[in-house]
Design a protein around this ligand. Structure first.
Ligand code: ADP
Ligand code: ZN
Length: 519
């Protein structure tokens, strides 16, 4: 029996049309091709393998890292009349035996398995004797050591390419950055696979960033605009989660704290109540993450900066999966940065890895400090060159407070040029401020024309300017990974240096003023 994808979409899933690249992906996999699918959260990745699973003969094996995710999917599929089951550590021996019998007698369209289960025992040998429709590898970024969610078990999935070379493999992820993508291709041997890249834009999400002054009051005011809506509030530490949750409760919100320090039953009960309820606000650390498959999350609020711009995109991406308007609201202040820097410095990572992490954090800070369309910056970070301002972020919606920084920006670029494009922002700022450090003298940088020409800004402002020049593509990190800055795109740099374009950027207030304001 060969079913028609369009008909399966309608009859089984009840949808009229494929979305974005779904149709092309489904057709490719149905005809036996392997694929790498990069699609944002909520984009509709599941159908990309579920429909081929039903159109192709044999059972589709879906590798998924989270039991809760598998249970959701199996439950939803069964409700739609699809023969699906899961094998993982939380299944009883009886249930596993039943699943196995169904599998052997060809009564399963989809089998969800954890990677441990697939590769641990003899399951893979047993599967080799059965007709298989395809392998789907969900959350494929878990194979990337560079990515944010590395799972060592995923590395062993490389054997699928060797043992099942004739069976299509479809790897799916919502992580778009090119480096993670390359790692997925290499580790899962997907060099021959077609790559499907959906737009990562989430137009229904409104990005609102706010300077952090009184976080508690600001959060309460924001939540007042969200009464009755389900949402997530992310905070950095367990302690802060508890404190914010208590304050919100006192203000009459239906809130639940969530962090890794709570007993597992408490956590799963919270997750359940959030999933099924409406108007429930979860205040959480990033432990509340993957597998939240609630379509009507109306807001995600960050009272502290996330770890990276990628993390910000993933976390805010949990809002508005139903396509209806949603808000990503974030407070940011200069005080957020030092703890994040310390966290990186104190980790066990190799120095090269630490530099990468600092670079990722810089991109986030550049985004938070920017005075141009948030969505454009976010999408350009994810490799999508946006053409126009979005009209749905704070910068687009509210009057711009950027200052003309054309002259300082030209000085910054000159400092990069005169020092040979090999130095990081810290050193370049020293040069511009005219510092007389031993390093500057030994390099002869005190002899350069740019030495000491940048007294109009203080250190914090220069650092912000360098970050924002990097976030906007005027500067790029040198490829050697040592943190040196070089010129970015000629199309941007040249006109600015020649004085043909001007640049407006919002800089933090000078340190003196900041102290003055606090006194
Ligand atoms: P992802 O795994 O990419 O985060 P899902 O596969 O969970 O996304 O799909 C997100 C939501 O979009 C689900 O509620 C799903 O039913 C819905 N959806 C997916 N494809 C379509 C479609 N072609 N038409 C309408 N709704 C769709
Ligand atoms: Zn915008």
């Amino acid at each position: 029996m060969t079913a028609n994808p369009k008909q399966v979409l309608r009859d089984v899933f009840g949808y009229d049309a494929f979305r974005g690249p779904q149709a092309a992906i489904v057709e490719h996999v149905c005809s036996g091709g392997s694929a790498l699918v990069l699609m944002p959260t909520g984009g509709g990745k599941s159908l990309c393998y579920q429909i081929p699973a039903l159109c192709r003969p044999g059972t589709a094996v879906v590798v998924s890292p989270l039991i809760a995710l598998m249970q959701d999917q199996v439950g939803a599929l069964r409700q739609a009349g699809v023969r699906a089951a899961a094998l993982h550590s939380a299944e009883s021996a009886d249930a596993a035996a039943t699943t196995w019998r169904q599998l052997q007698s060809g009564q399963l369209d989809l089998l969800y398995v954890s990677p441990e289960r697939l590769l641990g025992g003899d399951l893979i040998d047993r599967l080799a004797a059965l007709p298989l429709a395809l392998f789907a590898i969900d959350e494929a970024h878990c194979v990337s050591q560079w990515g944010h969610d590395f799972r060592p078990e995923y590395l062993q999935l490389a054997v699928l390419a060797e043992r099942f070379s004739a069976i299509p493999r479809i790897a799916l992820t919502a992580t778009a950055d090119p480096r993670t993508r390359a790692e997925i291709v290499a580790r899962l041997s997907l060099e021959q696979a077609a790559v499907f890249l959906a737009s990562f834009d989430r137009p229904n999400i409104r990005y609102l960033l706010r300077d952090k002054s009184e976080p508690r009051r600001q959060l309460l005011e924001f939540l007042d605009t969200q009464r009755g809506h389900s949402g997530i509030v992310y905070a950095r530490s367990r302690k802060r989660v508890e404190e914010h949750a208590a304050a919100l409760k006192a203000a009459g919100h239906d809130v639940l704290p969530y962090h890794a320090g709570l007993p597992p039953q408490t956590r799963s009960a919270a997750l359940e109540r959030f999933r099924l309820g409406s108007g429930v606000v979860v205040v959480a650390t990033i432990a509340f993450g993957m597998g939240i498959d609630k379509p009507d999350v109306r807001f995600v609020a960050h009272v502290d900066l996330p770890k990276s711009l990628e993390a910000y995109y993933q976390e805010t991406g949990r809002a508005g999966r139903d396509g209806l308007p949603a808000v990503a609201w974030m407070l940011h202040g200069a005080g957020d940065v030092p703890p994040l820097r310390r966290f990186i410095d104190d980790s066990d990572a190799e120095p090269a890895q630490k530099r990468i992490e600092h670079g990722r954090l810089d991109a986030l800070i550049g985004f938070a400090e920017a005075s141009s369309c948030r969505r454009r910056i976010l999408l350009s970070y994810l490799g999508e060159a946006g053409s126009s301002d979005c009209g749905n972020c704070d910068v687009c919606l509210e009057p711009n407070q950027g200052a003309d920084v054309t002259e300082p920006a030209r000085k910054a670029l000159s400092a990069v040029y005169r020092t040979g494009g090999r130095f990081g922002a810290a050193h370049l700022v020293d040069v511009l401020l005219g510092s007389e450090t031993a390093r500057i003298r030994s390099l002869g940088h005190d002899q350069l024309g740019v030495h000491g020409i940048g007294k109009e800004l203080d250190r914090g402002q220069w650092r912000s300017l360098f970050r924002q020049l990097t976030a906007r593509g005027y500067l790029v990190a040198a490829a050697d990974g040592h943190g040196g800055l070089q010129f970015g795109d000629d199309v941007l740099v040249k006109p600015l240096l020649r004085g043909e374009t001007r640049l407006e950027i919002r800089l933090p207030p000078a340190a003196k003023e900041r102290r003055g304001a606090g006194a």
